[in-house]
Design a protein around this ligand. Structure first.
Ligand code: GRF
Length: 210
C-alpha cells in the first residue's frame, strides 16, 4: 500500500525480481491518483488498484471507514497474507488491522517502514523532524502495525549520522538509501514469519528474529 513516490515499492519489487526476496506483490493499493508509484507499478508490470480517499463525509472517521470498505473488497479478492505499507499516508482502523492478526502468536501481518528511530519522531516528515530538532543521527524503523500509530513492535532499525547534512533533503536522501536496503532485507524474515514476539515488562513486545 502506497501513497506517493514509490521508492520502497521499487526496491521491494527489484529484490523480488532479483530473487533476493521470495515474495509476490499481488497488487499495489494506492489512495492518490497522482502518486508516481502507480506509474512505477505499471512499468514493472505489477497490478495496481487506485482507491481514492472519498470526499463529502461528515467526519474523518466515517470517510476512513468508507475508504477501508473499498480496500477490504479488493483484499477479499486478492487474499494476501501480508500487507506491506510503503509510504501509505493513511491511518488504518482496527477493523482492518484485526483482519490481519495472527491469532496464534498475536501480531498483525502488516508491516510499515518509518523514517525515524521510533519512538522518536513519529508522524509525518521523520527526517525533517530529526534535522530541525538538531539531532546528530537519524534513522529508519521497520515495524509491525498496531492501532496506535507508529508504535507497533519493532522488527529492524538502523541509524545514520546527519552531522554533515546541511538540509532536510540531504537527510532524506541518506535515509532513502537505508530504506531501500533495510526494507527488503527485513521482509525476508518477516514475510516468512521467522520471528518470535517476546513480551517485555511494561506491555511492549520484542520481535526476535529466529
Ligand atoms: C519513506 O520515507 C517511508 O519511510 C515513509 O514514507 C516514505 C515513502 O517513500 N513511510 P516512497 O514512496 O517509498 O518513496
Amino acid at each position: 500500500m502506497a501513497s506517493g513516490r514509490g521508492s520502497n515499492f521499487d526496491a521491494i519489487d527489484q529484490a523480488i525480481q532479483q530473487k533476493d526476496l521470495s515474495a509476490e506483490i499481488l497488487s499495489v493499493i494506492c489512495d492518490r491518483p497522482a502518486a508516481p508509484v502507480l506509474e512505477k507499478a505499471r512499468l514493472r508490470g505489477v497490478p495496481a488498484h487506485l482507491l481514492p480517499f472519498p470526499e463529502g463525509y461528515r467526519s474523518r472517521h466515517e470517510a476512513r471507514l468508507a475508504h477501508e470498505e473499498k480496500v477490504l473488497e479488493v483484499l477479499e479478492n486478492l487474499q494476501p497474507r501480508f500487507l506491506v505499507l510503503a509510504g501509505y499516508m493513511r491511518i488504518l482502523t482496527s477493523n482492518l488491522i484485526e483482519r490481519f492478526r495472527s491469532e496464534l502468536r498475536d501480531y498483525s501481518r502488516i508491516v510499515n517502514i518509518h523514517p525515524s528511530i521510533l519512538p522518536a519522531f513519529p508522524g509525518v516528515g521523520g527526517y525533517a523532524q530529526a534535522f530541525r530538532y538538531g539531532a546528530k543521527v537519524a534513522g529508519v524503523t521497520v515495524h509491525l502495525v498496531e492501532k496506535e500509530v507508529d508504535a507497533g513492535p519493532i522488527c529492524a532499525q538502523e541509524v545514520f549520522s546527519i552531522v554533515e547534512c546541511e538540509t532536510e533533503q540531504e537527510v532524506e536522501r541518506k535515509g532513502l538509501e537505508v530504506e531501500r536496503r533495510i526494507y527488503p532485507q527485513t521482509l525476508k524474515w518477516v514475510l516468512s514469519e521467522q520471528f518470535t514476539p517476546v513480551p517485555r515488562e511494561g506491555g511492549r513486545v520484542y520481535v526476535r528474529k529466529n
